[in-house]
Design a protein around this ligand. Sequence first.
Ligand code: 5AD
Ligand code: SF4
Length: 433
Amino acid sequence: MKFYIETFGCQMNEHDSEKMSHLLRINGFTPTKEVKDADLVIVNTCSIREKAEQKFYSLLGRFKKLKDKKGIILGVTGCIAQQEKEALKERLPFIDFALGPSGIHTVIDAVTSSRDGRFFYNFSENGCVAPLFLRPEPARGSIKAYVTIMKGCNNFCSYCIVPYVRGREASRESGDILEEIENLARKGIKEVILLGQNVNSYNKGRDDLSFPALLEEINEIHGIERIRFVTSHPKDLSDELIGCFGMLDKLCEQIHLPFQSGSDRILELMNRGYTVSEYMDKIDRLRSACSDIAITADCIVGFPGEDEQAFKETVELVKNVELDGIFSFAYSKRKNTAAANLDGEVPKDVALKRLQHLQGIQKAITLKKNQAAEGRVFDVLVEGRSKNSKDELTGRTRHNRIVNFRGDTDMIGKIVNVKVIRGYANSLKGEIA
Ligand code: 5AD
Ligand code: SF4
């Protein structure tokens, strides 16, 4: 039986798809890259914003046609499944199974049940940590791998659906994580990306390694050359963790640290637990611990109550802090979240205009930073052939910047010295130094 998985959303979801794919493969299913060849189609969904949901529903319309034509098994997993629960089956009666993020380990049962014509669902709420322990085999030739270290979120930012669909925080035992990474290193993995909705809350209140201590242990694993982690919350970014940058040689000089808004009033309404000056203080500390650190962030515009003044403050923050990149989004109302009940909704066209304005400012900052890299030589971990040009390879610097350059395919998987010859808005062009 051939299977195809379509994935929406964040790295957590991508990794969940890898976990399901692993379970399917060890149970005799074969992956296919062509949905038309598949007998089993799974859509792993995201509900962080309305747009992701709309994309899912329109894709499902297409997959229904496929089902009508050749009788595939069609399953929906991930955050929309968890959010809608049984209502999803009412809205999409043709689906065969539905699994929330904490139920993906039951994918084989789901398929077996579907084959027998019984609808299967698993909407395990908070308690279920089973998916944390799944260790997908890296695909042959992989250079980097995700490793889940914790799941869930206790922060309840007022706009965010994550605590409702991915449940409360739960950490995985350090011994289990280290063993998985040792195993990955033996299989040729050079870079690990530690995943968690809130990685710096790892093991909070538990009698096990702290997050910085875990990083120190991973730093000792032979064969691993690079360590990254996502995502961090500014309020939990400890000095101890900041101190790891520039101290642990394998920890890449890069952090993703969302600020979400540049207005204290909006941050309070968002329930973020810090002020703008506290955020800026963390940035200063990061930069003094590691002058060269690359920092990226997320930001929401058009949050309820965001007036021109509040938006201006966000613009000021973006201009002052000069981050390497910002992912900015127009606020999207999510049902059951606290912000859904707030007054002061910002009209869509206003939010989109603000978004464009902000993105323009950041684009210029990112471009300036990328151009400043011209003439410098970087360690680049070569990931494969470039998508845009057959003759070029692509890789990443420790700062997580993408570099395209001419080179031999036997460089793939190795760290090579590349001199940057041109900085663009989203990538760098280089040559072997
Ligand atoms: N509307 C818009 N953006 C959102 N994000 C999370 N929830 C929403 C929402 N309701 C953004 C935040 C978060 C990123 C993953 O998505 O910026 O950091
Ligand atoms: Fe989307 Fe959040 Fe779910 Fe990731 S955890 S897939 S970003 S809703």
